[in-house]
Design a protein around this ligand. Structure first.
Ligand SMILES: NC(=O)c1ccc[n+]([C@@H]2O[C@H](COP(=O)([O-])OP(=O)(O)OC[C@H]3O[C@@H](n4cnc5c(N)ncnc54)[C@H](OP(=O)(O)O)[C@@H]3O)[C@@H](O)[C@H]2O)c1
Length: 288
């Protein structure tokens, strides 16, 4: 009898945990949602395009390479997207964010989600004083995000929509070989964190989700770290993409992927020197 009571209690506990830990993501919420997605010709952006399509969203995708965008668009339609259009654009050009916004709003008749995900190519090496590259990267990774957000805010305010900003662990914790990249990602948190306050203060119902990702297995990231990073856990681009999308639907303030990125970010405040030391041990370097 005692065993039976214990078993029933255990089953009850598992039931309660399963109830509270169930994934609250309602996939039906994205059917017909109007999404503008940048950096969608490859990597995590391409994976996000496929997830949104499987969930029957309407998409405008953008990046520079037209042939790659065309291929992604065709696969999106096969996967079930209600509508997909693409617009080639170079985010290093100051006029392109506005052009992309106008195209997306016109073609989709408004916007529910804007996902800022693109990044410019940057060498994975120590700082050698290339200020011009830093300036260019700021334009692509930061200023174009600001311009896209500013241009799309009226449409998002109308739909009570969501802005998703893809950042990185290196936007929370500086890591070696990423001086310029890290600076652009830190800038995102400053700007979008302040903007979030202001939207709330002005009663504008647009959520801003900052997405903090660890190392993800995209082709570009894997090529970059070859020979430089000794060992580091690598996460899946497909799962990262879905986690970002879910963060937007739940209107989360921040999302972290994979899970251990969050405690790592908090550790920085408690053990900064020890954390820096451990971080450097992941890298292959010698004092020349
Ligand atoms: N992969 C990782 O380990 C990792 C880790 C942390 C955070 N993240 C973040 O996740 C996001 C996606 O990263 P990813 O690894 O998927 O990158 P990726 O594979 O290198 O893809 C970058 C995307 O941006 C586009 N792009 C590049 N330059 C552009 C420009 N000048 N104008 C417009 N679009 C441009 C690229 O397409 P075109 O070449 O066709 O323009 C491509 O679609 C980024 O915000 C990144 O910081 C990634």
């Amino acid at each position: 009898m005692r065993r039976l009571t214990q078993a029933l209690c255990l089953a009850g506990l598992i039931g309660i945990l399963a109830f509270y830990w169930r994934d609250p993501f309602d996939s039906g919420r994205l059917a017909g949602a109007r999404v503008l997605l940048t950096g969608a010709s490859g990597g995590i952006g391409e994976e996000m395009a496929y997830h949104y399509s499987s969930l029957h969203a309407e998409l405008v995708i953008t990046a520079r390479k037209e042939a790659a965008l065309q291929k992604v668009m065709e696969k999106c339609l096969e996967l079930g997207a209600r509508k997909v259009l693409y617009i080639p654009a170079d985010m290093s050009l100051p006029q392109d964010p506005e052009r992309v916004m106008q195209f997306a709003v016109q073609e989709l008749g408004g916007l529910d989600y804007v996902v800022l995900n693109h990044i410019g190519e940057t060498p994975y090496r120590m700082w050698e004083g290339d200020v011009d590259h830093m300036r260019w990267l700021m334009q692509v990774n930061f200023l174009s995000y600001v311009a896209l957000a500013s241009a799309t805010l009226p449409a998002l305010a109308k739909s009570k929509g969501s802005l998703l900003v893809v950042s990185s662990l290196t936007g929370k914790i500086p890591t070696p070989y990423t001086t310029s990249y890290s600076a652009t990602k830190f800038a995102l948190e400053g700007f979008f964190g302040s903007l979030r306050h202001e939207l709330i203060m002005r009663g504008v119902d647009v959520s801003i989700t900052l997405c903090i990702l660890g190392l993800v297995d995209t082709k570009s990231a894997m090529e970059k770290i070859k020979g430089v990073v000794l060992s580091m856990p690598v996460a899946s681009a497909n799962e990262a993409a879905l986690t970002i999308i879910k963060g937007g639907v739940s209107r989360a303030r921040e999302i972290y992927y994979p899970w251990w990125v969050k405690p790592l970010c908090h550790l920085k405040d408690w053990f900064p020197d020890q954390q820096d030391w451990v971080l450097r041990s992941f890298y292959n370097y010698s004092r020349a």
